[in-house]
Each structure stands twice: as structure tokens, then as C-alpha cells.
Unconditional design. Structure first.
Lengths: 203, 203
DNA sequence: ATATTTAATGACGCTATATTCATTTTATGG
DNA sequence: CCATAAAATGAATATAGCGTCATTAAATAT
């Protein structure tokens, strides 16, 4: 068990991270100063440097911790059912819910996975990609299982189906993130899933 | 017609833009200095400021010009056929080809549309999004036409289908962009399109 | 209550870099 | 061939912001 001292430290660390998260996700890595972060977290700059070697270190810790959280949360939701179709429904629903609940995290995560990320230079990129890829493989396993059980027709390689479903949900979420007043992420997961479930072409 | 002087100016402007494009797409906006751009373009810093008010101005001009080009090129390819299925095939194929041919542009474009973009603050973001949305509407029109002609079943709202197809192709292209040695963007557009064309569920 | 250790602070040094502008170079026209 | 205008140059300036560290405050031990 953690000592009072250690718990206190952890709490402080979290407060710094939260402040940094909100600022980074709002303005991007380079447009946030350590002084801003310190101000928002209500610490002095020097104190932050007691917890993180430097700005980049803080950013990396943030990204990795949050990416882990996203992956875990979604996979937990998926695991709640044994049926493949329901697993997919849970995935689509959980992804939407997480977005709603954690917009700053998601903004940051996308800027890392899709965007101009300073860490393309450093090594963080690879770790985040690995995480995402592990996630895609879990999704692919659901499609594979569905095919094996004759629940699904094999319309494409399971990994491709995973990429596709992940891509579709992401696209919908961007739409919503950009203009929440114009586009909503469907409440009913089947609105999205039917695009895969039902064939566009007759026969 | 443009005078010799004017044509020369335009050529210079293009060279500056190309240098900036390559640097920005490689290292991101904030990790590129005006001196680097000047060096790569083989001009003095001061000369660049004769063409662009400042760094941000150069970046904006670059993004908008290239986003326009992408949209135009893809829509031209789509327009080459009258048949809806072939239009979609052309779309998937053209998007792949452009990526291959213009990796720096695409990297830059994604960093703007999906990523940590400094211009979230400035107004550029909106213009790029508008452009992308116009594009989605054209894609939606194809689905709508296909449904009207009974070529397609209406598995979802046409705009949603457009979002989905755009999302899927983007997801495949990211995969390829991240690890070209492991994942290739399918040569045959039907590998992607079958995910929409054929239904996953029996019945 | 006092000494000692541990933590927090934030002003300051230093570097990096965007932009300017006095000077040099090149082009134009008489 | 010279005079004048237009363009290009890059050294110098101004500023922003990361990270340090001497100082102060708080916690803990004696």
C-alpha cells in the first residue's frame, strides 16, 4: 500500500497531468508553455520539473497513460458480451461514449495518431501505434470468430474489417467533434454497423 | 497572359512552397525555421518575406492550395465514369494513387484535418473543413444516385455512406503510411468496396 | 522548541528563431 | 555605358519560453 506521502505525490502528479492535458488538447504541444501548465495546475514551474524531466517527458507520459486507458476501457465494454454482433455493438457504443466523456483526451490522442506530432521524431509514436495495432487485432479476432461460427459472411479479411470499422467510427466521431451542432454520433450503433452488416449491392 | 517577370515570380513562389511543404510535412510547423525553408529553397530569408507576410501566412497558403488540389484531382477521377459503382472504384483508386504520389502533401493535410494544428486557433481550419465537407457531399450524391437508380440498396443515409467510405479509405491509408512494409493499400478497389457492397450478415 | 531534512518557489540566464531593414546585387531603359 | 529602379540579401534585433538553482517554506525528527 502507498504511504500518505506517496499518495499525495500521485495526486499532485495527476493534477499536473490534467492541467497539461487540457492545455495541450486545446492549443497543441508547441503553443503551451510550462508556465501556463504550472499556473493552471497551481504549482510553480520548478515543481513540475521535480516530477517530469522536461516538457517532452510530461507530454509522453500523458499520451501513453491516456492511450492505455482508452484501449482498456473500450475492450472492457466489448468483453461484456459473448455474442459477436453484440461485441461490435458494444464497441461502437463505448467508443462514442468515451469520446463524449473525454474530449480532451481524444483530441490529444488523435493529434498523436493522425496528426502533426512532434514525437514523430522521438520514439513515442511507435509505442502508441503498437497499442492501436494490438487493439485492431482484438477487433479482428471478433470478426474472425464470427466468421468461424458462420455468424458472419467473410466479406473481407478480418483484420481489414477491423480497420474498416475502426475507420468508420473514427470518421463519424471527427464529424461530431468538428461540428457537434450539425452532426451527432448515432445513439443506435446499428446505424453505423448496418453499413457493414447489410450489403449495398443486391444479390 | 502573364509577363516573363510574373511567371518568374510564380516559379519562385512555387519553389518556396515546395521547400516549405517538404520541411513542414517532415518535421511539423513548429520544428521548421524560416532559415531552413530559405536554405532549402535557395533564397535568403528576407526574400521569402517579400512573398509571404509571415510564417503562418506561408503555411496557410500551402495548406489551402494543396487541399484544393487533392479535392480537384480526386473528383476528376471520379467523374471519368458515369456508372456509380465505377465512380466509387475510381474514388478508391485515385485516393490511393494520390497518397503514393504526394506523401508530403497528404501528411500535411492530415496534420491539418486530424491533428494538432496550430491553426485550430486561427481561421484556416474552417476553410479546410468546408472543402472536405463539399467533397463528402459529392460522394454522397453518388450513393444517392445509385439508390435512386436501384443500383444500390439503401443501407444507410447517403451522407453517412460517404463518411463511411471516406473513413475506411483513410484508415487503410494511415495503415500504409505508418508501416508501408507491413500494410499495402489494396491495388484492387473492390477489396475495400466489398466491405460496403457485400453484407456481413446472412439473410 | 529547535534542528534538520525535504519540498516548493519563481526570477533569471540562455538559447532559439521570427522578422526587419540597411546594404548589395541585379535588371531596366535612356 | 551609365543612372535609376527593383529585387535579393543576411546580419542584427527583439522576443519568447525552457529549464536552473539560490532562496524560502513546510514537514519531520530530536
Amino acid at each position: 500500500m502507498l504511504s500518505r506521502r506517496e499518495r499525495e505525490k500521485e495526486r499532485q502528479r495527476q493534477e499536473m497531468m490534467t492541467a497539461a492535458l487540457n492545455l495541450f488538447s486545446e492549443k497543441g504541444y508547441h503553443n503551451v508553455t510550462m508556465h501556463e501548465i504550472a499556473g493552471k495546475a497551481e504549482f510553480a514551474v520548478g515543481t513540475i520539473y521535480k516530477f517530469f524531466r522536461n516538457k517532452e517527458d510530461l507530454y509522453k507520459a500523458l499520451i501513453l497513460e491516456k492511450a492505455q486507458e482508452l484501449k482498456t476501457t473500450i475492450l472492457e465494454a466489448v468483453g461484456e458480451s459473448a455474442d459477436e454482433v453484440d461485441k461490435l455493438r458494444n464497441f461502437v457504443r463505448a467508443k462514442g461514449e468515451i469520446f463524449r466523456a473525454q474530449i480532451p483526451v481524444v483530441r490529444l490522442y488523435f493529434s498523436e495518431t493522425h496528426g502533426e506530432s512532434f514525437s514523430m521524431l522521438a520514439g513515442l509514436d511507435a509505442e502508441v501505434r503498437t497499442l492501436h495495432n494490438e487493439f485492431l487485432k482484438e477487433l479482428a479476432a471478433i470478426f474472425a470468430a464470427g466468421v468461424a461460427k458462420k455468424r458472419f459472411k467473410k466479406t473481407a479479411d478480418p483484420y481489414y474489417l477491423a480497420v474498416a470499422l475502426d475507420g468508420i467510427t473514427t470518421a463519424f466521431l471527427f464529424l461530431w467533434l468538428e461540428a457537434p451542432e450539425r452532426h451527432s454520433y448515432p445513439e443506435n450503433p446499428d446505424v453505423i454497423l448496418n453499413i457493414l452488416f447489410k450489403g449495398l449491392l443486391d444479390q
